[in-house]
Design a binder for this molecule. Structure first.
Ligand SMILES: Cc1cc2nc3c(=O)[nH]c(=O)nc-3n(C[C@H](O)[C@H](O)[C@H](O)COP(=O)(O)OP(=O)(O)OC[C@H]3O[C@@H](n4cnc5c(N)ncnc54)[C@H](O)[C@@H]3O)c2cc1C
Length: 282
């Protein structure tokens, strides 16, 4: 289908963009998720505000032991950052498997997070890393924890007049290992079910354990069951924790996987991610 007609505005700077966005506008960064929405007429904005070239929204920098990533930074740019790959190898590992070369060249981390596809790979990574998202409107700024950002399928805590401008990552805990395991839908590469894990150990005992899922339910979520690993050496409990983490979750049901199969895949992904994170922490 052909999109409905709209005005196109290429923002010259962030201030320009913030002034232009609001009711009946849509922001475009890389366009990889938005263009299909326009073509299917699932989005019918009056104005498209292009933020893809804004230098203010690009870049990766170190900050207080952690890192800050501009929302319009492309996946390719994430992969090219040695500092990011060293401090958060999990981000590089996951990014490498997002879409294909074209998607990674133009798609942005902010666009992917703002789009909030319930099967996207990056949201569970943001949950286990305990990222914070900086949102800006022409009225000011506010920070929202990634853990409070994803509200439902394609729905976030952002207001229509807000832009996601920066992803802030705290310093990873000392002695942390991280991993992601997923079962991909063959055509798109999106996760039928995926799990990200972070485990920190000290003197052989687990001091922190985080586990988050994607693809399983209508929104990515953090599994409280991972806390059961804290204070243990891990190995014997991992299968139990993986099963407990998905128990009672209303699993998605679509042409690619029914709820029972998806729950099984999520359990296996959780087990693999926790096991690998633990090995890496050691
Ligand atoms: C063929 C293909 C394969 C893919 N495979 C995968 C995969 O395996 N795993 C995976 O996780 N993803 C996958 N994706 C999705 C891809 O990650 C997203 O399309 C991409 O990250 C979106 O970023 P973008 O810059 O293109 O966003 P756009 O398409 O420009 O925007 C997406 C949405 O976010 C909004 N938006 C964009 N930037 C901002 C901002 N800074 N603040 C507020 N709102 C904003 C837009 O208004 C729009 O609603 C795939 C996509 C394609 C086309």
């Amino acid at each position: 289908m052909i999109p409905t007609s709209f005005e196109y505005l290429r923002a010259k700077n962030l201030k320009d963009a913030l002034k232009a966005i609001g009711k009946n506008t849509k922001v475009i960064a890389g366009g990889h998720s938005l263009l299909p929405l326009l073509r299917f007429r699932l989005a019918q904005p009056d104005t498209l505000v292009d933020i893809g070239q804004l230098q203010e929204l690009k870049g990766i920098k170190q900050a207080g032991g952690g890192m800050k990533i501009g929302a319009a930074t492309t996946y390719r740019e994430l992969l090219e950052s040695r500092e990011l790959g060293t401090l958060y190898p999990l981000i590089a590992e996951v990014t490498e498997h997002i879409g294909d070369l074209q998607v990674r060249n133009a798609g942005t981390i902010g666009g992917g997070l703002a789009h909030a596809d319930p099967a996207a790979d990056m949201p569970p990574v943001m949950l286990v890393l305990d990222a914070t998202f900086l949102l800006q409107s022409k009225g000011g700024k506010r920070s929202v924890a990634a853990r409070k950002f994803f509200k439902g399928p394609f729905t976030t805590a952002m207001k229509p007049n807000e832009l996601l401008t920066e992803i802030q990552l705290p310093a990873p805990p000392k002695g942390a290992g991280m991993a992601y395991a997923s079962f991909e839908q063959a055509a798109s590469g999106y996760a039928l079910a995926g799990a990200a894990a972070l485990i920190a150990i000290a003197k052989g005992m687990i001091t922190r354990a985080e586990l988050a899922f994607t693809g399983l339910a209508d929104t990515p979520f953090l599994a409280p069951a991972a806390a059961k690993l804290v204070g243990t050496s891990g190995d014997e409990l991992i299968s139990q924790v993986a099963a407990a983490a998905v128990a009672g979750v209303e699993a998605n049901d679509d042409i690619h996987a029914g709820p029972e199969y998806r729950t099984h895949l999520a359990t296996v992904a959780a087990r693999r991610a926790l096991t690998q994170a633990l090995e890496r922490a050691r």
